[in-house]
Design a protein around this ligand. Structure first.
Ligand code: PLP
Length: 377
């Protein structure tokens, strides 16, 4: 199999699977239990928190573990909305966020909030100037992702924090860094965001674990899940010790030789651009600079058919985000791509283990598809 869909999810390295199994079998106690088995599980959770916090560049107590990136995003939007609820109920986000951010914003609209959706340019980028222009005295929340999951565009979160500060805004800044964590070198303590969402399964951890960084400007965080008071009362629910062990191990493995891994992915992306754009009928989509995500279009060839055809040959790529399940992507819609380019968009995404030969196989399969299938009229 040739796996070129690392933005959808990633393979779990054996070391991570071992860590998960170890926690399941040996440290199965409830971290709240007051005997050695429980204390061992509690210590495991603390160790995992220290590892992930160190990678994110924050203090362990600033990190709340969640069940996924989606939960982290929902939690962040809810936290900021709660804190800013008396300020006038205005929020800003982009039209190209993941649905894990857009849907909570739709809920806010149903509750009487006004939301400004920033439109990207034709390359998929949004600017800090757009945020500055949209800011109002009553803005309570700005949410702008760090890396777009469909185009690989890197959004200027640090600059956005600066323009918000310069404008004297009291709004909280959230960034969905699910596609940025350990794909770009950034630190929570210098990024300038108050809330940062991450997810484990985009970097080799099992699915079903994530984290939310909660900075100092977030006062009295109101839990999304209320109950037994775990995670310092910020997120109840018995800690998912095995997922956390896998998350921490995946983070450790990714950080080993981190710079080389980033450089490798970036080089593979350059190679893929060369190989794919050399094919007649393939164009680049957007100007994404993240090292692991590349969007192209086999113009006029419906992407669902391409994904299906290549999948049958053991080549995994995506027609945009895996979460769309065949629906037209709001991201490419917002970029105003020409109809036939939009129809043919393919997302190819790389991991540290991707080889040039994987890209060669993809290029060959795309060429065959183009030569043996009919394009749309
Ligand atoms: N945000 C972005 C940018 C994503 O790409 C994804 C997953 O594809 C999510 C959020 C949701 O993360 P999870 O799958 O852990 O819920």
């Amino acid at each position: 199999m040739i796996y070129l869909d690392h933005a959808a999810t990633t393979p779990v390295p054996p070391g991570v699977a071992d860590a998960v199994r170890g926690a399941l079998v040996n440290e199965f106690g409830n971290p709240s239990s007051q005997y050695p088995l429980g204390r061992a599980a509690k210590a495991l959770v603390a160790d995992c928190r220290a590892v992930v916090a160190d990678a994110l560049g924050c203090r362990p107590e600033q990190l709340v573990f969640t069940s996924c990136g989606t939960e982290s995003d929902n939690f962040a939007v809810r936290l900021a909305a709660w804190q800013g609820r008396h300020a006038g109920k205005h929020a800003i986000t982009t039209a190209v966020e993941h649905s894990a951010v857009l849907e909570p914003f739709r809920q806010l609209e149903q509750e009487g909030w006004t939301v400004t959706y920033l439109k990207p340019d034709k390359n998929g980028n949004v600017t800090a100037a757009q945020v500055a222009e949209a800011l109002r005295p009553e803005t309570a929340l700005v949410s702008v992702m760090l890396v777009n999951n469909e185009t690989g565009c890197v959004f200027p979160v640090r600059e956005i924090a600066d323009v918000m500060r310069d404008a004297g805004s009291k709004a909280l800044l959230h960034t969905d860094a699910v596609q940025g964590f350990l794909k770009l070198p950034f630190r929570a303590d210098t990024l300038g965001a108050d809330l940062i969402s991450v997810s484990g399964h985009k970097l080799g951890a099992p699915k079903g674990v994530g984290a939310l960084y909660i900075g100092e400007r977030v006062r009295n965080p109101r839990p999304l899940l209320a109950g037994g008071g775990q995670e310092e009362g910020r997120r109840s629910g018995t800690e998912a010790t095995a997922q956390l062990a896998g998350f921490a191990k995946a983070v450790e493995l990714r950080r080993a030789g981190f710079e080389e891994k980033l450089a490798h992915m970036a080089a593979i992306k350059v190679y893929a651009l060369d190989r794919l754009l050399a094919l007649d009928g393939v164009v680049r989509v957007g100007g994404g600079t993240a090292p692991h995500i590349l969007a192209v279009s086999l113009v006029g060839y419906p992407s669902a058919n391409v994904v299906e055809d290549l999948g049958a040959q053991g080549i995994c790529i995506s027609a945009g985000s895996a979460c769309h399940r065949g629906k037209a992507s709001h991201v490419y819609e917002a970029m105003d791509l020409p109809k036939k380019v939009k129809a043919g968009v393919l997302r190819v995404s790389f991991g540290p283990e991707t080889q040039e030969s994987d890209v060669d196989a993809l290029a060959e399969a795309l060429r065959r598809h183009r030569d043996t299938r009919f394009p749309m009229l």
